[in-house]
Design a protein around this ligand. Structure first.
Ligand SMILES: [Zn+2]
Length: 69
């Protein structure tokens, strides 16, 4: 197994955290995913959840890093 594929494998084992594209659409705009639905009816909630998770993960990573100092 190559070095790169090992890194890739480790990444795929992590829970999926796909950041929504920035800037996010307005609530009544079409969703970025191409479903043809309005953003508020499609990915709005999922994106909010995802962004919260990503933020929490970043904070946890920072906290872990500063604990090592
Ligand atoms: Zn969508």
């Amino acid at each position: 197994m190559s070095f790169l594929s090992r890194i890739f494998k480790r990444q795929t084992n992590e829970p999926e955290l796909t950041a929504p594209p920035q800037p996010l659409p307005e609530r009544n705009d079409l969703c970025w995913c191409g479903s043809g639905q309005k953003y508020k009816k499609c990915h709005l909630e999922a994106d909010q959840e995802q962004l919260t998770k990503i933020r929490e993960k970043e904070l946890a990573t920072k906290a872990r890093r500063s604990a090592f100092r």
